[in-house]
Design a protein around this ligand. Structure first.
Ligand code: HSE
Length: 446
C-alpha cells in the first residue's frame, strides 16, 4: 500500500514531466541499471515526482540476443542517435575502457547532457579535465560507481564528511583480488582457479591483469585520495605492487603470526605531503579489514573530527554497481528538476605534494631463504643495522629445510627507502638463496 507522493510546488522546479536516459553499454553493469530502473520504477517515481525511463541504449551489435525485457526498438549502434535526441536529459556511460568512453562523455557534456559514469579508468586519468568540462557546460558529472561497487564512498567524502579533514583512508577496493585471496586461504583454491571463478562471476575486468597487478585498485585510490585530500593525485603518485608474487605459504605463515594478507589501498596525508599505495599487506587479524572476504570491499576513513569510520559492501557485480549508478541518476535527476545541475565546485583546495620514499614509514615482514651455515644470521642482521633498521622479531622457521633455512624478520617502523635498501642488499648476499616475500604491515596502532 503506497502513500501519495507529496512534492514541492512547481515554482522551484523545471517544467519536466519525465526524465529520459540514454544508456551507453548493456553489459554486466548496463543490464543491471536497466533492471533496477524497471523493477524500482514506482519507488523512483515517488522519490522524484516524475518517471525516469530509458529512451535509447547504445550497443555494439543491435542484433545480438539479449535476455532483457527492454524493448529491442531502444537499441542503436550510433552514439549520434542519443546525442541528437533532445528529449534525452542524461547519459549513463557503462561501456568501460578509456578512449571511446572518454570521447562519449565529452560529447555528451558538450551536447548539454548530464553524465553518470561507472568508469574508474577514465575518471582516474581524466577526472579533473572532465569535471571542468562539465562545469563549463553547466552539466552534472557523477561517478559514484567508479569506486567500491555498491558502497557510497564518493558521496560520503563529498557530502557526509565534507566538514572534516581526512588524514588516512585504507581499504580493500578491488573485489577480484579479495575474492582470489579469500578462496586461496579458506578453500585452498589455486590462484588460477579463483581468478577463473571471479571472471565467471563478472567481478574481474575485461583484462584481469588490471585487477591482479593492482592497476584497477590504484585508479580507485587516485579517485578517493583526490577527494579525501582535496588535491590533485596522479597515477604516477601511487606505489603499485600486484598480487602475482604472493605465495600460498605466505597466507598460512601470516596466520601463524596473527596477520591476514590482503591487497589493500592506502592513502595518508601529513604535513610532509601525501602517500598513496596499492600492494599486498599484512593486517593484524584483529583489524576489521582482515575479515572482509570474497568480492566485498571496505574502506576505513580516519577524519580529524569524526575519528574512525568504516564503509563495507559488495565491491563488484552487476546489481551492486548498478545501485550506485542509479543512485547517481537520482541525484542528477533531482538537480535537473530543481534547475541546479552543473553547479558543484570541483577545484582542489591544496597544491599537490607527494612524499618521497624516505618519508613513508611502516613495519615490514621479510621472509628469506638462506644457506644453513655458520654466521649467516649475524651477516643478515648486520644488513639491517647498516640500514639503520631496528628488528622487532627474528625467527628461523622450519618450513624450508631442504633448500636452506627459512628466516623471518619483522622490523620496527622504517621508511620504504630503508626497506628497499635492505631488499637490494639481501639480494646481493651470497648466503641468501631467495628473498621469498615481503609485506608492509598495515593497520596497527601507533
Ligand atoms: N574488477 C573490479 C573489481 C570491478 O574486481 O573490483 C569493480 O570495479
Amino acid at each position: 500500500m503506497y502513500l501519495p507522493s507529496v512534492h514541492k510546488s512547481e515554482g522551484c522546479r523545471q517544467l519536466k514531466n519525465e526524465i529520459n536516459i540514454g544508456l551507453l553499454g548493456f553489459g554486466v553493469v548496463g543490464s543491471g541499471v536497466a533492471k533496477i530502473l524497471q523493477d524500482h520504477q514506482e519507488d523512483l517515481h515517488h522519490k522524484l515526482g516524475v518517471p525516469v525511463q530509458i529512451k535509447k541504449v547504445l550497443v555494439k551489435s543491435i542484433h545480438k540476443d539479449r535476455e532483457t525485457t527492454i524493448s529491442s526498438n531502444l537499441f542503436t549502434d550510433k552514439l549520434e542517435d542519443l546525442l541528437t535526441d533532445i528529449t534525452i536529459d542524461l547519459i549513463v556511460e557503462v561501456i568501460g575502457g578509456v578512449h571511446e568512453a572518454k570521447e562519449a562523455i565529452e560529447r555528451s557534456l558538450q551536447a548539454g547532457k548530464g553524465v553518470v559514469t561507472a568508469n574508474k579508468d577514465v575518471m582516474a586519468e581524466y577526472g579533473p579535465e572532465l569535471l571542468k568540462l562539465a562545469d563549463e557546460n553547466k552539466c552534472d558529472l557523477f561517478y559514484e560507481a567508479s569506486v567500491g561497487g555498491g558502497i557510497p564512498l564518493i558521496r560520503t567524502l563529498e557530502d557526509g564528511l565534507a566538514s572534516d579533514r581526512v588524514s588516512a583512508l585504507i581499504g580493500i577496493v578491488n573485489g577480484t583480488t579479495n575474492f582470489i585471496l579469500t578462496k586461496m586461504k579458506h578453500e585452498k583454491m589455486s590462484y588460477e582457479d579463483a581468478l577463473t571463478e571471479a571472471t565467471d562471476l563478472g567481478f574481474a575486468e575485461a583484462d584481469p591483469s588490471a585487477d591482479v597487478d593492482g592497476i584497477d585498485a590504484a585508479r580507485k585510490m587516485v579517485i578517493l585520495a583526490s577527494l579525501a585530500f582535496s588535491t590533485e593525485v596522479l597515477m604516477e603518485d601511487v606505489f603499485v605492487r600486484g598480487m602475482r608474487d604472493i605465495q600460498t605459504g605466505d597466507l598460512e605463515l601470516a596466520e601463524q603470526f596473527g596477520y591476514t594478507v590482503k591487497m589493500a589501498g592506502s592513502a595518508k596525508k601529513d604535513e610532509r605531503g601525501i602517500e598513496v599505495a596499492v600492494e599486498p599487506v599484512f593486517f593484524p587479524n584483529s583489524h576489521p579489514l582482515a575479515s572482509v572476504n570474497n568480492e566485498f570491499n571496505a574502506v576505513y576513513i580516519y577524519g580529524d573530527a569524526v575519528g574512525e569510520t568504516m564503509f563495507y559492501g559488495p565491491g563488484a557485480g552487476s546489481l551492486p554497481t548498478a545501485t550506485s549508478v542509479t543512485g547517481d541518476i537520482v541525484a542528477a535527476c533531482r538537480n535537473l528538476l530543481l534547475g541546479v545541475n552543473g553547479q558543484r565546485l570541483h577545484a582542489p583546495q591544496y597544491v599537490r605534494k607527494v612524499k618521497n620514499e624516505s618519508e613513508k614509514h611502516a613495519r615490514y615482514f621479510h621472509r628469506i631463504v638462506v644457506k644453513d651455515e655458520v654466521g649467516v644470521l649475524t651477516k643478515l642482521t648486520s644488513i639491517y643495522s647498516r640500514c639503520d633498521a631496528s628488528l622487532a622479531t627474528v625467527i628461523q622457521h622450519p618450513a624450508n629445510k631442504e633448500s636452506g633455512a627459512d628466516l623471518i624478520f619483522i622490523t620496527h617502523k622504517i621508511s620504504r627507502q630503508q626497506h628497499l635498501d635492505i631488499m637490494d642488499k639481501l639480494n646481493e648476499t651470497s648466503e641468501v638463496v631467495d628473498v621469498l616475500s615481503h609485506y608492509r604491515i598495515e593497520g596497527e596502532n601507533g
